[in-house]
Structures are given as C-alpha cells and as structure tokens.
Design a protein around this ligand. Sequence first.
Ligand code: OFO
Length: 171
Amino acid sequence: MIDERMHEELNRQIKYELESAYLYMAMMAWFRNNGWDGMADWMKAQVQEEIVHAMKFFDHLAERGARIDLAPLELKKTTWSSPADAFHDAHEHERFITSRIHTLAKLADEVGDYASKPMLQWFIEEQIEEEASTSKVAEDLGRAGDNRSALMMLDRELGQRVFTPPASAGE
Ligand code: OFO
C-alpha cells in the first residue's frame, strides 16, 4: 500500500514531466519559427525524453496498483528574446525539476517507501545530466553572443542530437 502523500506527489510528478515536454515543445516551435532548425531538433529529442520520464512515473504507479490522476498542464511562456534566453530558461526549469525529485526522494525516506527509491535514484542521476546539458548549451550560446556565424555553427552542431530512449533503473 502506497503512502497517501507519496501517492499524491508521484501523481503530481507526471504533470511536471509532461509540463517539461510541453515547455520544450514551445521552445521547439519558437526555434522552428525563427529559423533555428538544429536547436528545434535538439528540443524535439528533449520532448521525447520528457515523455519517457512521465511514463516512468505513470508505469510505476500502475505497477503498484495505485490510482493515476492527471492534472491540467500549464505553459508559462511561448516566446524568448534569443536562443540563449530559451536555453537559460530550460536550465532554470531543470533546476526546478531536480528540486522536485529531491523532495520526492526525501519523502520516500520519511515514509519508508522503499519501492520508489530505485526509480528516484535513477532520476537523481538523470537530473545531473539534464542540468549539465542545458547549462552547457546556454553557456555556449552566451559566449557566441550576437555573432551570427558562431550561432549558425552551434545550431548545426545541436541539430546532430538523436533521441535515444534512456535505460531503465538498474540497467
Ligand atoms: Fe524530466 O528531466 Fe527534464 O525536465
């Protein structure tokens, strides 16, 4: 039997992961509309990754026979002043998601939810990567500034990203 607070927070995390996907889809649209196709492709891979994250929480609840409740999604922003601005927001968003995962991990300890811990440990490690990748791109774009050819080179480079489904906890 899953603890009531844990159950609520795990359900809420499905919404947060889907909001990540929705935010990155908004960035993908903004990049596409502004001619940055490589960055749009980078975001497309990120959207797919976030859907996998949401599904991990969904499947975890389903496997434990717990009720799944979805909530309406929020999207706070759909436009950015520059590519660097968008990636800066992506990094800030990942920091928020990391804090959410840490809250879940603390709660799992508090209520003795050992069944959630391997999955949450997987997310703790995944978030290190999520923060590092968004921060690296934001820094590179910041360094390129208004230099159009440097930005175009970065756009080409970022467009090389290919979505690979993340491994499951313990794999
Ligand atoms: Fe789900 O890691 Fe990004 O938000």
